[in-house]
Design a protein around this ligand. Structure first.
Ligand code: RTP
Ligand code: MG
Length: 137
């Protein structure tokens, strides 16, 4: 089942010069392809749309502040079961709970600064890709 997912390398990944390391892990997975990629700063409106499900939660405001604290790398990754696959490469939200070998397990520090976002379902992927890459159809 070929899918598309939205991946964001968060500002901590860019600041810590982990872009190559993380993209390398995605590229090493045979059959997955990066089909769009951009370094960009996210405005409040984009973040509100992207993380709207978390609005009102205690971590929402600090999350939005963090996500706008520097550029992110936004990309589209395509391939076999890539939605589940990138979530597994990333590991659980909390880096302390994430196993060594996962991106968050190897490099994550605190829950908020967990390096990577990846769409969590087909519905989320469609919704998020429209926000970040409206041109790709
Ligand atoms: P993401 O949406 O960024 O891919 O992460 P996720 O699905 O693993 O986690 P989610 O529950 O959707 O939370 C979104 C992001 O908010 C920050 N967060 N902080 N308790 C906290 O301080 C807290 N909980 C979540 C993290 O950056 C998380 O990835
Ligand atoms: Mg999420």
């Amino acid at each position: 089942m070929t899918q598309r997912t939205l991946v964001l390398l968060k500002p901590d990944a860019v600041r810590r010069a982990l872009i190559g390391e993380i993209i390398g892990r995605i590229e090493r997975k045979a059959g997955w392809t990066i089909t769009a990629l951009e370094l960009r700063e996210l405005d409040q409106e984009t973040l509100e749309q992207h993380y709207g499900e978390h609005k009102g939660k205690p971590f929402y405001e600090p999350l939005v502040a963090f996500m706008s604290s520097g550029p992110v790398v936004a990309m589209v990754v395509e391939g076999e079961r890539v939605i589940e696959g990138v979530r597994r490469l990333a590991g659980p939200t909390d880096p302390i709970a994430a196993a060594p070998g996962s991106i968050r397990g190897d490099y994550g520090t605190i829950v908020r600064e967990n390096l990577i976002h990846a769409s969590d379902s087909e519905e989320s992927a469609i919704r998020e890709l429209k926000i970040f890459f409206p041109g790709i159809g």
